[in-house]
Ligand binder design. Structure first.
Ligand code: ADP
Ligand code: 5GP
Length: 186
């Protein structure tokens, strides 16, 4: 049973996607779980690579068909992880990487116990997180406000997981992230 579930969990705007894209380049052996979401696609994202961007109706149909191992509503949109991807991956002893919110991280821990390892990434402060969201320029003001409020709730959970990393300097954060991954893969 050497399959691994590695969950990266961080409030929106922390810099998770930036760090994960480096990981994907350096660890091609890690299999990226492509979630389904009902949120609109952002400039630069690729359907089928970053997410499967689907309608609310088709997401709800997949919930009914029990196709998600976990799903949650985050920032007013649905996000869900494919049950088939995880069960097949574990059956084949694969090392899988997930980008989930705290609800998703909790669900994976509950189902898979220690086989699921959660790395929580925090920003230096909520003010810095908001600045990053504004500088990124991908979300409307109302969406940013919602993400900052959600970030405060998620940050209250930061000590509940297996690893905690701060993304202040991005190179330092990436070093710590690699360290955590190496420990999990050992
Ligand atoms: P997330 O995936 O967590 O929502 P992103 O990776 O999209 O976050 O990062 C949000 C913004 O912050 C992006 O514009 C990114 O370039 C920037 N960013 C990421 N890490 C840092 C950092 N350590 N310092 C300053 N800006 C950063
Ligand atoms: P974003 O819209 O910024 O890509 O993601 C918003 C939030 O949804 C992030 O916290 C991200 O980790 C989370 N997320 C992405 N995919 C999933 C998923 O399949 N399940 C859950 N529970 N959260 C997800």
């Amino acid at each position: 049973m050497s399959g691994k579930i590695i969950v990266i969990c961080a409030p929106s705007g922390t810099g998770k996607s930036t760090l994960i894209s480096r990981l994907k380049d350096e660890y091609p052996g890690l299999e990226w779980s492509v979630s389904c979401t009902t949120r609109p696609i952002r400039a630069g994202e690729i359907n089928g690579k970053d997410y499967h961007f689907i309608s609310k109706e088709s997401f709800e149909q997949q919930i009914k068909e029990d196709q998600f191992i976990e799903w949650a509503k985050v920032h007013s949109n649905y996000y869900g992880t494919s049950k088939l991807f995880v069960s097949k991956g574990l059956a084949e002893d694969r090392k899988m990487l997930f980008d989930l919110d705290v609800q998703g991280a909790d669900a994976m821990k509950k189902i898979y116990g220690k086989q699921a390892q959660v790395i929580f990434i925090e920003p230096p402060s909520v003010e810095e997180l908001e600045k990053r969201l504004r500088l990124r320029g991908t979300d409307k003001d109302q969406v940013i406000v919602e993400r900052v409020e959600n970030a405060k709730r998620e940050l209250a959970r930061k000590n509940d997981y297996d690893f905690l990393i701060m993304n202040d300097d991005v190179d330092e954060a990436y070093k710590s992230l690699k360290n955590a991954i190496e420990r999990i893969l050992k």
